[in-house]
Write a protein that binds this ligand. Structure first.
Ligand code: SF4
Length: 235
């Protein structure tokens, strides 16, 4: 049954929490099938273009599914290249969101390298706000969050309620390990960001991402040396 646009936030929250319990042991494809059946065109996948695993899974359930990419203006060339390759070869509809200001406009208003001085504000302007605006048309969005990525993600539900955006948030590979991801990539020939072969375990904006050291968790290279661990999209 597809939920209508009239559904209240309370209805959607209850739906999400019930689905989170019901689908805890379901496969990624089953979780995505539920999302597509429940939300139809009002469901999208968001991708940082670290890899195209969730986009690939979703395209198997719904060919032509919307895949939303946030172009902060600070991405590595490899990330933009991965986005372009996904757009060219996969059966998905890539939608690129951009912040209200270019990097030059932001520098003029806030001074250069805001990411070094106030990364929370930089993320709010270049990630959180554009995603919030871009998701307006959707009732549910899928992410590639995994519980094994970091302690802050250890309790990620497979389906949950995104209080900040008042939307259903689907994390179909929440229970997967890095080995599961690697096996899926190999089996299906899924596109991945070349930086993953170059010492990066998690790929974000260039100024805020470094390679990880042996024994570090996958997200240790993000905002390294700062207390910040998330950009505000998932917290
Ligand atoms: Fe700015 Fe860094 Fe956040 Fe990207 S990750 S939006 S450069 S603070």
């Amino acid at each position: 049954m597809t939920v209508t646009q009239d559904a209240t936030a309370a209805d959607l929250k209850a739906l999400a929490e019930q689905a989170g319990r019901d689908l805890e042991d379901a496969s990624a494809l089953e979780i995505l099938r539920w999302a597509v059946d429940t939300f139809g065109d009002r469901f999208c996948v968001t991708s940082s273009m670290e890899d195209a695993v969730v986009a690939h899974l979703a395209s198997r359930v719904r060919p032509g599914v919307d895949v939303v990419f946030l172009d902060t203006g600070y991405h590595f060339e490899e990330t933009i290249g991965t986005r372009d390759a996904v757009d060219a070869v996969m059966d998905v509809n890539v939608i690129t969101l951009t912040p209200l200001q270019t990097v030059a406009e932001q520098d003029a208003e806030h001074g250069p390298k805001l990411h070094d001085r106030d990364p929370d504000l930089c993320c709010a302007l270049r990630k959180v706000k554009p995603l919030e605006d871009g998701l307006t048309a959707y009732g549910a969005w899928a992410t590639g969050l995994r519980r094994d990525e970091s302690p802050t993600r250890a309790n990620t539900p497979v389906v949950g309620w995104d209080e900040k955006r008042q939307k259903v948030k689907v994390s179909p590979i929440a229970r997967w390990t890095q080995d599961d991801v690697d096996a899926y990539v190999t089996e299906h020939g899924v596109l991945t960001n070349p930086l993953l072969m170059d010492g990066y375990a998690s790929v974000g904006c260039a100024p805020c991402t470094r390679r990880v050291l042996e024994g570090e968790d996958a997200r240790a290279g993000r905002w390294a040396g700062r207390a910040k661990t998330e950009c505000g999209l998932h917290g």
